[in-house]
Design a protein around this ligand. Sequence first.
Ligand code: SAM
Ligand code: SF4
Length: 454
Amino acid sequence: MAKPSSIEAQPARRASATTLDELRAGSPYVSYSYSYPHKTSYRPLEPRALKDVWATEERDAVFLYLHIPFCAVRCGFCNLLATKGADGDLTRQYIDTLARHARAAREAIGDRQVVRVALGGGTPTFLDPAELDRVFGVVRDVMGADTSTVPVGIEVSPETVTPERLQVLREHGVDRVSIGVQSFDQSEAGRMGRPQRDGDVHRALRLIREFGFPTLNIDLIYGGDGQDEASWRRSLEAALEYRPEELYLYPLYVRPLTGLGRHGISWDEHRLALYRAGRDQLLGRGYRQVSMRMFRAPHAKAQDGPVYCCQQDGMVGLGAGARSYTSALHYSTEYAVGRDSVRGIIQAYIDQDDAALRLLRHGIELDDDERKRRYLIQSLLQADGLARGDYSRLFGGDALEHFPQLQSLVAHGLAVEAPEQLVLTPGGLELSDAIGPWLYSERVGRRMQEYAWA
Ligand SMILES: C[S@@+](CC[C@H](N)C(=O)[O-])C[C@H]1O[C@@H](n2cnc3c(N)ncnc32)[C@H](O)[C@@H]1O
Ligand code: SF4
């Protein structure tokens, strides 16, 4: 197996393929399409009242996402809107703003019900127990979400897991805890740019299990420098010891603006080989593959709905960097990854008065074509594939007629077509991060190319 041997320059962001031959000749790792359109395609908009944007929205259920942009560390690979540490009483100011933002959002969405809640980041458990309690108070008292009945998920990092914090999460009905481990070998994690102690990882995992959360998810990353198939398998085995209900296996992407960048065919081959090894190991242990990244345990309780009902629900995002989705418009604050830019965005978020929090200024409009693409990408990249009947009911036509290029996936053996389904083959699923971008509109692809990283 080819392994990356050296750290090279950050690759230029390449255009996505237009034909399937180009797609197959290119990298399998173009972009993670978990939410189309990607946030780097958002642009400044004429200020608009949240209330007006939500007034015409037909959906009566919303997913609530709260973004906590603070972490105990800043990982070299991470391109999320997050910053290491918080000076002075920054976290208090941030939560104050979150509460004001929630009031603005509640007013805008009217009596729509919050049916699912997630706290992500960053690292929400960077907050201390009293601060976490306050955030849940906002979710309950301002957003009106009964966290004892709706599913609630939270992201944690190993060193922030303490009994006091987990106690708060239990009291507020959190049922899914997702922990970023990345690697069970601290020197390997360190080489990826993740400072971490193995002792913290195991202590955190034991504690989470002792507290009895119904769903434990563990994030692991493959493709790091010096990681090989044997060390990758050891990380997977170490994760399996904790019987996680879910596992996310992320191919390593290196964020712009770091010295960690490198590229080349050998790195692609390396990631692909580790992906296959990881997938086969988990399938062999009875895990079901849900998407390229996600695997669910045989003992996981049946889902009462998709992990995130993006196809049906609107999403209300609270916090700096949190995205909100209506059917025709996606919006958020600005996005950045560089330290000073991230801090500037957090400060600008806090500095907004109530009137400013009632407006949106940054995002992307989705016309009918973009809505179809979004639906298509988010369905097709799931192992269960695209339900053609559902697509037709929503968009008044067959997906394969609206997007004839899908036929070439079938012709190349990357998807199989049935009257009711279009499902990626294993060879297609492992190319998810190339197939997603291949389905982006020209406008979104161009905007992502033109995005100036800060
Ligand atoms: C918000 S973090 C999870 C919680 C917590 N902040 C932590 O890191 O432990 C989201 C996950 O995205 C994954 N991730 C972030 N940036 C990545 C990158 N550049 N390449 C691959 N995976 C990445 C990591 O596995 C990480 O655990
Ligand atoms: S991977 Fe997690 S802990 Fe690391 S910087 Fe990103 S959000 Fe923070």
